[in-house]
Ligand binder design. Sequence first.
Ligand code: SF4
Length: 480
Amino acid sequence: MAIDIDYFLKIVASITADEKVPVVDLIAVQSRDPFKVLVATILSARTKDETTAVAAARLFKKAPTVDALAKLSLNTLEKLIYPVGFYKNKAGFLHALPEALKRFENRVPDSMNDLLSLPGVGRKTANLVLCTAFQKQAICVDTHVHRIMNIWQYVDTTTPEQTEHALRAKLPKNHWLSVNSLLVAFGQSICRPVGPRCDICALEPQCPQYGVTPRKLPMQKVTNQDRQRFISWNVNGLRALEKKGFVDIVGDLNADILAIQETKAQPDQLSDALKNIDGYTSYFNWAQKKGYSGVAVYTKKEPLQVTKGFGHEEFDNEGRVLTLEFPTYYFINIYFPNSGAELKRLTYKLEFNEALHAYLRQLNTNKTLIICGDYNVAHKEIDLKNPKTNVKNAGFTPEERAWMDHFIDSGFLDTFRMFNTEGGNYTWWSYRFNARAKNVGWRIDYFCVDQASQERVLDADILSEIMGSDHCPVSLDFRS
Ligand code: SF4
């Protein structure tokens, strides 16, 4: 199946947003000088960016212009650019460069043919100079671009030059300038030449992975003692569920930690049976408004600390967040707002999401994050039965989905999708139209963890057989 290149490059851009800018792009932006871009590009071939940056800075101190470069001896050049790869050859190219540039009035030319006439300049270097120094419509094809475009089966080529020509024929022009730096950063960080990190790659569900052997994660020996089972469930009213046997269900689920959303109750409205379930300690956060929102956590293990809310009064008065701190992780139970009828609460929800995201990122500087709850958004089209007819409805608006993209791209994993990439897996069904029996549902309940903790995720599932609410529970098995 052909990939959607716009979507793929958009995802790559968001994944690599925090990666360092390639040194040649940096020099282009900082100096806006084609001479420096050309010299840095020559230095950068087969050399790490850090090494190129240091060598270029040393060289430009002595030779910021063509005239100054002409005054340096070959020996001095070798010393200045050492230890870039093939420094002797490159020093020779740079030594010959001023003479070659005389034909162009000591200026770097801006056409492919003229650039190719310069010492040490091949197609890749010429294209990179055209893109970065002159903003011309050129496609630089680094080995990463060649490799990844073939993995994606966007092209079917055997050499970078063939890839360049194939891309010229089919890649939309708006990607020409940026595709090289994007795929270089992506190829160095995620889609590595050896052992690409498909297990954490957001493109994995759609990627053809042509000719790829993904990295193997080290097998972890997990004993029952290490393995913890977490369950999250929007119960749509804890008191109502009590009448349907909630306490017995908790015993059957046998979770180490059970997170509940939409309790719709303040603690003084709850029975002792609900507050003191055998084997568990319970914690509650509730809304000021009675019968609305609210979350709870039942845990077998005592937490070090429990925090209600996340420090924003305008959100905390709806009792939507409980954070339990354990020695090696934070467990965060969240009931995200619903955008509501006619999307009246969309703005509130997006503001909540942003503030919460900032809170999570700040927590994650410390320990693993396990973030569960009713996110009130179906992330992708496969996460609901009828995507086309719901694009303007709460829970599937472009704005809510964009936030979820942004959240995942910022370094979190949707654990269910680590094990199951099929559609038809839902966690919520309307009470109307016999929707649950027909499996006309939405997947809006999630367990997410930070990417760094991915290897601790042992399993994730949807427990659709558990009845009692319009949501079913979701689970995460985690190495403690
Ligand atoms: S899924 Fe794997 S092969 Fe495909 S782009 Fe991601 S890392 Fe590369």
